[in-house]
Design a protein around this ligand. Sequence first.
Ligand code: ADP
Length: 269
Amino acid sequence: MAESQIEFRNVSFRYQDDMPWVLNNVSFKIAANEWVAIIGHNGSGKSTIAKLTNGLLIPQEGEIYVDGQKVSAETVWDVRKSVGMVFQNPDNQFVGTTVRDDVAFGMENNGMPRDLMLERIEQSLSAVGMLGYERQEPHRLSGGQKQRVAIASVLAVSPKYIILDEATAMLDPKGRKEIMNTILEVQEQRNLSLVTITHDLLEVTQAERVLVMNEGEVWLEASPREVFEKQEQLQKIGLDTPFVTKLAEELKTAGFSFRREPLNHQELL
Ligand code: ADP
């Protein structure tokens, strides 16, 4: 049986033949039901990783596998059933004129029977606390509500993996926390894997593993604790002291209470 995971195998990518490589020989795995945070300075290649994972981009070198299936132009529609993406700006993601149409879109593309589709719309909107908003226009919702609908649209397709590319960046801290809590609840219920590309330190501290990107390479792959311990090296790649100091503060604020018990990085400070 195919292994249940996302795997990047020696992936290199550039946007055009005459442009520099933006990813160089990147390899990593994301297992079922795991939460991995990807951090790194702007331009280090994080979003490119997200887009490669669900076939929005195809690498020139190396391979990407989703549950053992190589991501290619031929498999991209299958891959997108497994890998859902939520971006920073939900306005760019809406395709329907109503919330219901928007959530239905991915399922319609997959040719899902209508009864099942209606059931899924209800389940997904309920999971993100947006039942009752079916007839509303997505663009008229608040920032937090828009992100919830974007997440519902992804959940409706029942993916195994969800990639959140700075998905909470436009929200205030309260909104961010609410959305993350919603996502974590759904993750637990559905055994999803989460990949969060983020500058939010609380998200970093709560993830199980962190990939630190630097200039198109995986610079470090470690637990949040190990990332914290490498502060001097982090400074060298532009994730400097404020990052580390803030990380420590976030841990204190969070009362060192990590999501899963037991976690070996719980006694972090
Ligand atoms: P990050 O998400 O870490 O900020 P990106 O993956 O967005 O990094 O970008 C990596 C590099 O690729 C950057 O140098 C960026 O300028 C470049 N890049 C991103 N998107 C495009 C594009 N559509 N065309 C050309 N270059 C791009």
